[in-house]
Design a protein around this ligand. Structure first.
Ligand code: AMP
Length: 396
């Protein structure tokens, strides 16, 4: 891999600008979920251990290039101090005199947090001047914000062209997991793609059929594929105008030697609500007044067999309406199977994007997956085969 890690960088006595994603939920000035802050601890601790002085660059909310006091990063200082166990200073701007002064005052063993990069209009335009002003504060650039890597911004892309750059530990872990799943994976590789709509996941499906050996399609989008095969899905969520597109994807998969797995049986109900009366029917026998809300037990058994025959699994999207029991059954069962095979060392399992993390957490399976990406959009764009500007910028 062409990007450097912290291991290859000499950081002793150097000011290290670290782009982090600490866009955490805050209520009444208090951080309510510190997960994203906790995730940057390995990187900051390693920089401190190497004698470097970490200076954090981060965005918060969408101030759209203006100073919005409610979107200041300052209230995050106590949560950062708690997670990092060191003093965290704060500078009221990420460039210029206030930032320079704070960097100069930074003692070894301390961390400095700079104000929201998006208070500057240039940030989201990947402005070179803004990047140069940030770069002037330090000697090394580390990007640990994989979840912001699908955006070409001054603090994620342009700055990496100016300073010697490396991936932080979180970025490194994400890139290694993704490389193991789609870059150079152990085969056979299976992808699970579920969720509501085909239309939001066209690029994803298009890329996956040319890369994976098995593609399991679930959730509302499976209904669209059933429609594409001339099956009546009653009142189910389905994009009837996407039938041609679904047929194109099926043809592309066939040409690429990718086996597509659609549910052979389904769980149908007349109401979209928890505990709604339901029944299992063959996939081509949805009653006209009912809707498909989950994959059936036979479909789950088939998915389990596909998982057993696989060495790598990459998963995005639930297999059914997982928020409302009992329509979470297929998602839970398939997730449990993937967790079991991963625990046994038989499967490398990577999941992420949108509702997937919530669905796998709810299934109690997340902890056993090889890697769960919390990066959302960046994870999806990577699965779509797109180049991530923040990662590309580290390759020089
Ligand atoms: P996405 O954000 O595209 O990953 O879609 C996730 C959403 O799809 C969740 O809110 C699920 O409840 C919903 N979903 C999954 N399967 C179905 C289905 N068969 N009918 C309606 N909604 C579904």
């Amino acid at each position: 891999m062409a990007w450097k890690t912290l291991d290859e960088m000499d950081l002793a006595g150097k000011v290290v600008l670290v782009r982090v994603d600490i866009n955490v939920p805050v209520e009444n000035g208090v951080v309510t979920d510190a997960t994203r802050i906790e995730k940057i601890v390995p990187t900051i601790s390693d920089i401190l251990a190497k004698g470097g002085k970490p200076v954090l660059l981060a965005h918060f909310g969408r101030p759209k290039g203006k100073v919005v006091p409610e979107m200041s990063l300052k209230p995050l200082v106590p949560a950062l101090e708690k997670a990092l166990g060191v003093k965290v200073a704060f500078a009221p701007d990420c460039i210029g005199a206030p930032a320079k002064k704070a960097v100069a005052a930074l003692a070894e063993g301390e961390v400095l947090l700079l104000e929201n990069t998006r208070f500057h209009e240039g940030e989201e335009k990947n402005d070179a001047e803004l990047a140069a002003a940030m770069a002037a504060l330090g000697e090394v650039y580390v990007n640990d914000a994989f979840s912001a890597a699908h955006r070409a911004h001054s603090s994620t892309a342009a700055i990496a062209q100016i300073l010697p750059s490396a991936a932080g530990r979180l970025m490194e872990a994400e890139l290694k997991a993704l490389e193991a799943a789609l870059g150079n994976p152990a085969r056979p590789v299976t992808a699970v793609v579920g969720g509501a709509k085909v239309s939001t996941k066209l690029d994803l499906l298009g890329n996956l059929v040319s890369k994976v050996d098995h593609l399991v399609i679930g959730g509302g989008m499976a209904n669209t594929f059933l429609v594409a095969q001339g099956i009546d899905v009653g009142k189910s969520l389905a994009e009837h105008d996407m039938a041609d597109t679904a047929r194109e994807i099926l043809a592309k998969a066939k040409a690429a030697g990718c086996a597509i797995h659609l549910p052979v049986d389904v769980v149908v109900a007349r109401e979209f609500k928890a505990g709604a009366e339901n029944e299992v029917v063959p996939a081509d026998a949805c009653p006209a007044d009912a809707m498909i809300l989950d994959a059936g037990p036979e479909a789950v058994a088939q998915i389990a067999k596909v998982f057993e025959a696989s060495k790598t699994l990459i998963w995005n999207g639930p297999l059914g309406a997982f928020e409302i029991a009992p329509f979470d059954a297929a998602t839970n069962a398939a997730a449990a199977k993937a967790a079991e095979l991963t625990r046994a060392g038989a499967l490398i399992s990577v999941a992420g994007g949108g509702d997937t993390v919530a669905a796998l957490n709810k299934a109690g399976a997340a902890a056993d997956f090889s890697y769960i990406s919390t990066a959302g959009g960046a994870f999806l764009e990577w699965m779509e085969g797109k180049e991530l500007p923040g990662v590309a910028a580290l390759m020089h």
